[in-house]
Design a protein around this ligand. Structure first.
Ligand SMILES: [Cu+2]
Length: 134
């Protein structure tokens, strides 16, 4: 798990029930556009897909970071529910992307703030997005 440096202020805000940014289907970090899709249902295994693009082109050079192409940390709005996920996608060298598949099982309905970490060219990126779980 890689949590310590991720979204401390946001996590604090979430614990105190302050509204998150609205749920959305894409986020941008360091020039990477990450599209997020999936029909997330509380307490059930739900497929969550993330697709990476940069400058309009699919990203295919995600690098393994701590043995996986991405670390996803999720905080539930209004309490301290928390989850940490890795993609199912198998790692083979520095050729990850453009799509990563996660099996999310988030225990509560409502809004969750996701912190996504991934690496390219030796550099770690951290994106944030709010998703809604029904
Ligand atoms: Cu992790």
């Amino acid at each position: 798990m890689v949590v310590a440096s991720v979204g401390r202020c946001s996590a604090h805000r979430i614990e105190h029930g302050i509204a998150l940014p609205e749920a959305s289907s894409s986020t941008t970090v360091d020039g990477y556009v990450v599209n997020v899709s999936g029909d997330l249902k509380a307490g059930m295994d739900s497929a969550l897909t993330m697709t990476f693009a940069k400058a309009g082109k699919p990203v295919t050079d995600l690098q393994p970071y701590l043995d996986t192409y991405a670390h996803l940390t999720a905080f539930h709005q209004g309490d301290q529910a928390f989850a940490h996920l890795h993609p199912e996608t198998k790692v083979h060298a520095d050729h990850g992307g453009p799509t990563l598949l996660f099996h999310a099982n988030l225990p509560r309905s409502g809004n969750w703030r996701l912190f996504l970490q991934f690496q390219t060219e030796g550099r770690l990126h951290t994106g944030e997005i709010t998703v809604h779980v029904t």
